[in-house]
Write a protein that binds this ligand. Sequence first.
Ligand code: CTP
Length: 364
Amino acid sequence: MTHSATQFISPLTFQALSGNPVALDLLDADEENAMGHINLARWADIVLIAPATANSIAKFSLGFADDLLSTVFLATNCPLYIAPAMNQAMWNKSVTQENIQRLKSNGVHFIGPESGDQACGETGFGRMSEPNDIVIALLKNSKNSILQGINVLISAGPTREPLDPVRYITNRSSGKMGYALAEAALNVGANVTLISGPVNLSAPHKLQPINIETAEQMYHAVLSRVDKYDIYIGAAAVADYRPVVCSSQKIKKQADDSIIKLQKTRDILAAVASLPKNSCFVVGFAAETDNLEFYAKNKLTQKNLDMIAANWVGKEQGGFDKDENALQIYWNSGNKSLKMTNKTQLAEQLISLIAEKMNEKNTT
Ligand code: CTP
């Protein structure tokens, strides 16, 4: 934080909210050689200045190094990003634009600013880009973009199979894993389409899910577009059976017992994997209460998948509707355990394994 930044928000608040130490001073007495700025400059993979004022940008452009921030900026060799935030008149001044051009020609990346209402009451260019947009821009440009430009189709959540206008058969899937996978894939540069059953989740930023209810609707949503995708991840808990008859009127209570006749739904995952000239990397899920490895490997071979991610359900820990999970991943020539962690981290690990195995498949 610069001295000015600490006047808006206290370092303690920043530290508590981010859970990270906040560096303020150029010479850090706690560092062994009092060279905190050099250590920070060496340590960083990316330096992002957000929000960057006109004053900071002017300093960076001229190579000033009179506080910790400008010194780290000058001392580091990692990629540099600036997300400007300033009054529109300051942004439009030719001196500011010259500073920006000079930085750009030295390889510094700019994210934003956007046009809109400003804190000073004026309207125009100078609003800092939304934090989520900054993160996406950073990740897209970074060396972590392992799925840059790759098209990924993900199905998530449960399906609902109606019995009549008010009742349906469904399952306990929350959709959390599928949504976390969509976010993780986006964050490493993929173009993601999410096909979602009914869930109580907000979609990742700028992603508009295709909402469906039944297994048949999910089948059509997936099969009508999957040929344009490089990866299909079937994370949805698709109903295996649906009622043979869906009554158009509410079914009335009559006999003491009643039988619902069910028919099999179409297997979406198997259908994708068996498409002729299929070049898509197909990943399935297997939620099991017993014989996890046996059933998962069976599904891998019977459905002709590239990979399957298996997890226990109905146990105390993890599984459906939980924030944490553990996965056993199997592919034809190997397997890997991803240990119990939150679904965000688990999704990141699974996405990087998928990227690795897809590259291996495409290069053999
Ligand atoms: N799946 C699918 N379409 C179906 C049923 C399942 O695409 N009609 C997919 C799921 O999205 C998941 C995988 O198949 O990726 C395995 O689903 P799961 O319910 O664990 O297994 P099933 O094949 O349905 O077999 P079973 O229910 O007997 O375990």
